[in-house]
Design a protein. Structure first.
Length: 472
């Protein structure tokens, strides 16, 4: 299944960046990610994407959609509402069991996820709910160091609100904790309108919300985030094979866009760790600066979802196979990824520091598809109006097809370093010679090589290189 063992020594593979603060600092300085509501002191575990960050995350979503929907005949898209009938979440099991183990310090009142306390990281799901586990492991509060933590209890992660003018139990609605349920309750609508035959999938990208007990590690765990989920509907006897087919595909997607393979691995969920709906679950994990953590999950959900909604709603959600004349409830193989977590991973894995002619060069070696800007147009002399005019005209022409930026705010060497640090694959410099020969200099980010290209050939060169980067 994989050449990377699941039981890997956590320190055997070094992270791309040793200190998370390096990425946090770069993200704010260059406009990838800002603390939300920062002028008011911020709000815990909510982040805003700046000019570069929004482009990076949009590129992640576009690449995922291209791979999952555009290039496949058997998967279609959906954009379901964030607010759904509250019975959806009762039926799905989220109201009753969507929770994490919480412990509270009797001295300072702070609350923590038990499985993230020092000394409790490797506990099984059964051990995490053992009333004696805190005393048995002699766990202490990370804030005050006192051993006054109470026994674990369950904390539901869903945000609630009220719909309508009266706030009572009858008006309660939930902010969805996942996009998947929208695909299940729309299964019949999508299947009939698209005329898809089993096996087929429904893909969604959308906001989800979880009232995390102890969010953190920058954008890794947030209370408001964006998911990229696909539900693949199959015959019951084909679910195991479909699971094994999707598992390597999802790992390969990250590698395709530049993640170093050694920093990826699979980890299978133990039986007592499985979600209530899962027959089998394996995570694609990445070696973050703070350890191996889940990047994406592949789940065999059986017929739990469609079966539960059919029983609760009274709607017939069976699929009729005309070839075999059978009626059955489809099983579901799910791929569940996060746009924020994927963008975070591509950002971390792209970071590198090099020494060039005795100076440190910081580079984000993004795959060109992921780079916020594909090309920067730089006038060598900003006080020469004719050079500026050519540069701005070229940027405007490039911008019809790709994200392009114009910059004249520093000397050319500093401009190159700035574009290196934000991951721009190609820089185009317009100089005095351009006025005579009608050509410009195209510089490659990774090799730092430069070549002279006729002005009218620049756009096609960039588009050809982009196509080559994705194997097109």
């Amino acid at each position: 299944m994989t050449d990377t063992p699941i039981a890997t020594d956590p320190d055997a593979v070094a992270p791309a960046v040793g200190n998370l603060d390096t990425i946090v600092s770069l993200s704010k300085r260059r406009g990838f990610v800002f603390p939300s509501s920062e002028i008011y002191g911020g709000i815990n575990a909510v982040w805003d994407y700046g000019p570069l960050g929004v482009e990076l995350k949009n590129n992640v979503k576009r690449a995922w959609w291209r791979s999952m929907v555009q290039e496949r005949e058997d998967i279609v898209g959906l954009d379901a509402g964030i607010l759904m009938h509250p019975q959806v979440w009762v039926t799905s099991g989220h109201v009753g069991s969507f929770s994490d183990p919480l412990v509270e310090c009797g001295n300072c009142g702070r609350r923590y996820r038990l499985d993230e306390l020092p000394g409790a990281e490797g506990l099984s799901a059964t051990e995490l709910m053992d009333p004696e586990v805190v005393a048995r492991l002699n766990l202490a509060c990370p804030f005050d160091g006192l051993r006054q933590l109470g026994p674990p209890r369950r904390f539901n992660l869903m945000f609630t609100s009220h719909m309508g003018p009266v706030e009572d139990d009858a008006s309660v609605v939930y902010f969805r904790p996942e996009t998947a349920q929208g695909s299940y309750v729309n299964f019949k609508n999508v299947q009939q309108s698209s005329r898809k035959k089993i096996p087929f999938g429904i893909a969604q990208i959308g906001k989800s919300f979880r009232n995390e007990i102890s969010p953190g590690n920058f954008v890794f765990r947030m209370r408001e985030f964006e998911q990229m989920e696909m539900q693949y509907f199959v015959r019951p006897d084909a679910a195991a094979a479909a699971f094994e087919e999707w598992l390597p595909k999802r790992r390969e997607w990250y590698e395709q866009y530049g993640v170093i393979p050694e920093r990826l691995r699979f980890r299978e969920h133990a039986p007592d760790e499985l979600a209530h709906y899962a027959k089998k679950a394996i995570d694609v994990e990445y070696r973050f600066p703070f350890g191996w953590k889940e990047l994406e999950g592949v789940h065999n959900r059986g017929d739990f979802d469609l079966g539960s909604h059919a029983r609760a709603s009274g709607e017939n959600l069976e699929y009729f196979d005309p070839a075999t004349e059978e009626h059955f409830i489809p099983w579901v193989v799910e791929t569940a990824a996060g746009a924020d977590r994927a963008a975070f991973t591509f950002l971390i894995d792209a970071y590198r520091e090099e020494e060039v002619r005795g100076e440190k060069r910081v580079v984000l070696g993004f795959h060109p598809e992921m780079a916020p800007y594909k090309v920067a147009v730089l006038p060598l002399l900003k006080k020469r109006p004719e050079i500026v005019e050519i540069s701005r005209r070229l940027r405007a022409d490039l911008a019809k097809d790709v994200m392009a930026v114009y910059d004249d705010t520093a000397a050319i060497g500093k401009l190159y370093r700035r574009q290196d640090e934000i991951g721009t694959p190609w820089c185009v410099t317009v100089d005095v010679e351009s006025l005579e020969d009608g050509a410009v200099t195209v510089r490659d980010r990774d090799s730092m090589t430069q070549e002279r290209v006729p002005l009218e050939g620049v756009k096609q060169l960039i588009l050809d290189r982009l196509a080559a980067s994705r194997g097109g």
